[in-house]
Design a protein around this ligand. Sequence first.
Ligand SMILES: Cc1cc2nc3c(=O)[nH]c(=O)nc-3n(C[C@H](O)[C@H](O)[C@H](O)COP(=O)(O)OP(=O)(O)OC[C@H]3O[C@@H](n4cnc5c(N)ncnc54)[C@H](O)[C@@H]3O)c2cc1C
Length: 566
Amino acid sequence: MLLNPKTETFDHLDERSAKIMKKTIEYFESRGKERLKHDYHERIWYSDFLDFLKENRVFSTLLTPSELADDNPDARWDTFRNCDFNEILGFYNLSHWYTWQVSILGLGPIWMSRNEAIRKKTADHLKDGGIFAFGLSEKEHGADLYSSDMSLTPLGDGKYIADGGKYYIGNANEASFVSTFGVNSETEEYVFFVADPKREGYDLVRNVVDWEGYVAEYGLSGYPVSEDEILAQGREAWDMALNTINVGKFNLGWASIGICTHAFFEGLNHAANRNLYGNYVTDFPHIRQLFVDAYTRLAAMKLFAQRATDYMRAASPDDRRYLLYDPMVKMKVPTQGEEVINHIWDVIAAKGFEKDVYFEMAATDIRALPKLEGTVHVNMALVIKFMANYFFNPGEFPDIPKMTEPVDDTFLFNQGPTKGLGKIRFHDYHIAYDKVDLPNVNIFKEQIKVLSDFLTYATPSGEQAKNMDFLLTLGELFTLVAYGQLLLEKYDMEDLGEDLLEQIFDFMIRDFSKHALALKLKPDTTEGQMEYCMKMIAKPVYDHDRFLRVWETHVYTLRDAYEMTS
Ligand SMILES: Cc1cc2nc3c(=O)[nH]c(=O)nc-3n(C[C@H](O)[C@H](O)[C@H](O)COP(=O)(O)OP(=O)(O)OC[C@H]3O[C@@H](n4cnc5c(N)ncnc54)[C@H](O)[C@@H]3O)c2cc1C
């Protein structure tokens, strides 16, 4: 279930992809934990990592669509294998993951563009070991992309000048191209163009964070742009921005899984070898509970993200269900990751502060993921748009199998218009739930039934539907239903045993109850709605033998299974 870099064979990948993963692990293990922590504390820019990526043609293999890589038969954009790479980088260091992540974002508008010359140049830059950047955010505007101030002024003869500033832009110090979003000052249409940090007029102001990664503030003043550096204008440029985020945000869940996995191994090793009052820390019942909760949450994060990968890869103009599961990998998985780190920190206590341990990084970095590529709120606001169709207007779809084929995910760069979200339909969630008849899954099904009754008979009013505070809590309940659905689908495909599933639904029932109580306590929840909320609160079935089996066979067995090379 969990990635163990010392034993993982990557047999699920083709030979070249497996080699990339193993070499990347070797890169981190041979540098060792001491160097990892030293460079982290000293905030040393990871030029040796970029050299490693270049020498091994890692980005050019993993991030070039095959149609643009005539001399590299292994190059393709394959979400299945990219998940492995995400997980490995998260496992070792989020700052290293970040240079990959923002390269993906920077490449998004380019691969979506019809500008063939830039696409070819970009493939060449990738071959030369280039990294990329995505210049969307601005200092004053945060999530409000409509207010972007970066301007592109036409001078005639296909020439323009760009003026304005961008803020929080990763890799913008060394990127081959910075895909920059702005507004045509004459037509007031949105525009995406590429900027080159080496050119005059590009002012790299500073790194706005105190980190190994470079998160830049940059300015363009009278920066010359030619027609052939423009990626798109108008609605196409707007769609490019949002569709690129759709591609990039999926990685956040996988980075979170990587961070939590490393922290889990480290935390368990510490607790299992620490003796207090004549007992090992792992003998305390509350410590076992914390570890079982951490493990089951982490297992669920991974199973959900794996199943969501299938939907990302199967997406098409007629199947846009990924637009629900993708933001959930972005916000639900990383917020679960925060819970996992909280549980482990409660166990390892002071150890988590030590400068030599990985955990100290994990505790800080895990907080970033819910906040990147749109906050949890923004993604929840998006997901809520699907709630009515999800519950009350299901569609028919062919079954989506495991999508592990080594092929290009071309649709991700042809997602089309970003509108029409309210019309997207989903397959009936009952199909997955009805296949399982186990005590905790059944309790969860009853909770879902009450939520569905709440929406039918105590439907939120127009005022409540405008109150984001109320909706966000309702959204938590909704996302738990979809989370459980994909978990069950994944379970149906694998032979993972009932114990783990029941233990996963143990925390799912508790989480559902917690959010139901929160909804009840909102200021504008009506009496009728409060009654439904109370009915949603349920207690999981506690089976001590099952708990012990999960503890023994899934959790405790991992003690001393992995330790990073010092
Ligand atoms: C380390 C780091 C790296 C980054 N890298 C990049 C990068 O490479 N490229 C890039 O373009 N950007 C990057 N960003 C910017 C990141 O995407 C923004 O942080 C994000 O868009 C949110 O903007 P903000 O933090 O300014 O919050 P604000 O937009 O100021 O939001 C303030 C509050 O309002 C809420 N809110 C805003 N809009 C809505 C809404 N519609 N519905 C509900 N709630 C809402 C938010 O949830 C938040 O709580 C990076 C940020 C960080 C911290």
